[in-house]
Design a binder for this molecule. Sequence first.
Ligand SMILES: Nc1nc2c(c(=O)[nH]1)N[C@H]1C(S)=C(S)[C@@H](COP(=O)(O)OP(=O)(O)OC[C@H]3O[C@@H](n4cnc5c(=O)[nH]c(N)nc54)[C@H](O)[C@@H]3O)O[C@H]1N2
Ligand SMILES: Nc1nc2c(c(=O)[nH]1)N[C@H]1C(S)=C(S)[C@@H](COP(=O)(O)OP(=O)(O)OC[C@H]3O[C@@H](n4cnc5c(=O)[nH]c(N)nc54)[C@H](O)[C@@H]3O)O[C@H]1N2
Ligand SMILES: [Mo]
Length: 771
Amino acid sequence: MSVPIPTSSHWGSYEVLVQQGRVVGVRPDPNDPAPSPIIENTPDAQHHPTRVACPTVRRRWLDNGPGADDRRGAPDDEYVELCWESVLDVLAGELERVRGDYGNAAIYGGSYGWGSAGRFHHCQSQLHRFLTTLGGYTGSRDTYSHAAVEVLFPHVVGARGAHDLLRRPVTWGAIAEHTDLIITFGGLRVSNTWTVSGGRAAHIAEPGMREAARRGVRVVSISPLRDDTMAEMKAEWLAASPGTDTAVLLALMHVLFTEGRADTEFLERYTVGADVLRRYVLGESDGVAKTPEWAGALSGLPAEALRDLARRAAAGRTLVNVGWSVQRARYGEQPLWAGMALAACLGQVGLPGGGFATGYGSMGNYGGGATPGGLPTLPQGINPIPTKIPVARVSDMLLHPGEPFDFNGRRQRYPDIRLVYWSGGNPFHHHQDLTRLSRAFGRPETVVVHETHWTATARHADIVLPATTTLERDDYAASQGDVRLRAMPRAVPPHAEARDEYDTFAALAGRLGAELAFTEGRTSAQWLAHLYEKWRRRWRQALPNFAEFWEAGGVDLPGRTEDETLLGAFRADPDSAPLQTPSGRIELYSATIDGFGYSDCPGHPTWLAPQERLGSQRSQTWPLLLVANQPSGRLHSQQDMGAHSRSQKVAERAPIRLHPDDAAVRGIGDGDVVRVANDRGSCLAGAVISDDVRPGVVQLSTGAWYDPSGAQAGEATCVHGNPNVLTADVGTSSLSQGCTGQHALVEVERYAGEPPPVRVFTPPRTTTASS
Ligand SMILES: Nc1nc2c(c(=O)[nH]1)N[C@H]1C(S)=C(S)[C@@H](COP(=O)(O)OP(=O)(O)OC[C@H]3O[C@@H](n4cnc5c(=O)[nH]c(N)nc54)[C@H](O)[C@@H]3O)O[C@H]1N2
Ligand SMILES: Nc1nc2c(c(=O)[nH]1)N[C@H]1C(S)=C(S)[C@@H](COP(=O)(O)OP(=O)(O)OC[C@H]3O[C@@H](n4cnc5c(=O)[nH]c(N)nc54)[C@H](O)[C@@H]3O)O[C@H]1N2
Ligand SMILES: [Mo]
């Protein structure tokens, strides 16, 4: 008989079925109206042979001592298992050495990544708290998800407005009630709404979309993939060429301006720079009128469809949504800014169900209300080291210490990193141009990784410490905008010698004379109660105490808001509630940004032609545009060995979707193994032929575990299908320096001969210290 135990993950709350200390199955939470199939990955992942079993040190590092090493990540590298006490001694000594010789800024502790759900055991918070007690570390700022949103919008709508754009958009309920038309760039991808950082008590986006469709909300989906919007929404699909959204948006404005449909009263009262933008759109400032014909030639969309869309947008309540994928590309600031400009021209910013948004269909909590009161949170302390890099510039930092780079109006220099410490992220999943990243990871003297599994990042580390999974420890979970804080009781004992990171850091801090600063004298059980009670005291209303909360399995979150209108107060009275911009208005032209003098991010929304785009010079050599979007089978690279993720693989590899015409000219059939290549690298994938993909575009989602085992033999840079061997390691622009991983030009061909096996789901070669 198996016992059901409730748990929570980024992909939802559910129950694991436990038998004799093992997870044997899962069951959706009956209170979740739209559970995600990703939960089916958990049983296999929990007990997989790639779980890190013991504290482990790379043989070469053990033998040679710290130092740069180009062989980090070599598939035939050997690891030595040591006992916890020895490895902790070694690691404490190494931290001491690096701090002493180079100072704390030589430790890179940005440690970007999603880790797992759970408020206390959140691994990145644990690491940051630990490093802060030691005197600090070089950190990172912003996200891979939407750095361009984070950096651009404070200039356009002010800091508060930018925060609210991401955190307090109107709900799906308000859209169903008020919106006539959603124009969405990047679709409204249901599988993306299965996840939220921290997880959510119930999935609301899918039912929200259904209700909106039922109430007659029309959707125009501008996207290279038909199924970026679910069939029930009956969306009109405009299959624009990726990377041309800014041109499309400018053309929509061109129609509004030339046909007298732009809301000039709104532009006058609530914005600055509309005249500059208008002159640019009409071609008065640069000689190029941004007509629908002009945008049609770039995007492949019929000019008449754009004209018609602009007229319809002006005729009713229209919501312009720019998905995050659209800005995760070179010049990613532009479609965001142009999207806000279009919404301003329509005069609907600050009206319920109208205006601009960025995130519907990107994340499960977007449109699900807000929890402005906050959640129980482990304090990380204040990092005394001020150095921070834009998060996606990690390879540049490691390869070019001391060199200058531009970011948001400042010129900074990369720090000189000697020790890299990662816990709860997988840069060999998330970063671009993995061959270059691998070279960059060869530079530091020591790389430390805490992991549950032998990811490619763990295989680039000198010291690997085994971490427990969420199923092996007590915690509680909730996310921004969530409805309920849920208990996550331990379901199974820790795998082999895996430890909670809290205990690992406490033991390290003890060796470095900082134990009390790190633990404040509490055990993890005491921290759970302490953080909960501290949070509970902030509320005037009666909430259950910790013991009652744990016993009940959860508590509904107080202080939720659902009925706000984004930028509504500003619209009601822009003089008493101005935006925190220099003008107090929406900046359609920003003198600040213009003053930075960046050719890759000028002072108003501008069409800039990216290289990784159909029709570019580069596309003459690499004729297909690869869309590296989020995987529907899992979260990023997590649990790629699980049943649901595996069920999508084709011939063992990541599925790549191609249009029938593109497949036919290349002689590629359904199920074939193909080689996807450009001048940066190559990977093998399994072909799926589908006319849901726009001609000229191929889709290979991220997250197949990077497998370089066939690189030496010339089989491929990755034999498993990780698209980041193909993407370019370049920032969105000098303004935000965000991730541009969504697009890469490639060629695809049938793989001749017997394809090599995928070897990454076998753990690396490990010996014990005595052997
Ligand atoms: N080409 C391309 N690349 C992209 C994107 C794209 O669109 N295209 N999207 C980007 C985006 S938006 C993001 S957010 C990133 C995501 O990149 P990541 O967040 O780095 O990806 P994950 O696979 O979620 O990595 C989390 C890691 O944490 C580990 N982990 C889980 N629980 C624990 C724990 O308790 N302790 C420890 N120590 N480890 C734990 C997991 O095993 C996993 O390896 O990828 C980016 N990369
Ligand atoms: N199941 C699952 N859900 C996830 C994640 C996951 O790993 N798995 N990751 C989560 C994370 S961390 C994030 S940040 C969000 C990301 O959310 P998004 O960035 O919205 O997600 P993507 O799937 O990368 O992209 C959505 C769609 O945009 C379209 N697209 C790509 N390029 C262009 C373009 O140039 N123009 C237009 N108009 N459309 C384009 C693609 O067809 C793609 O399917 O997803 C979250 N949700
Ligand atoms: Mo993300």
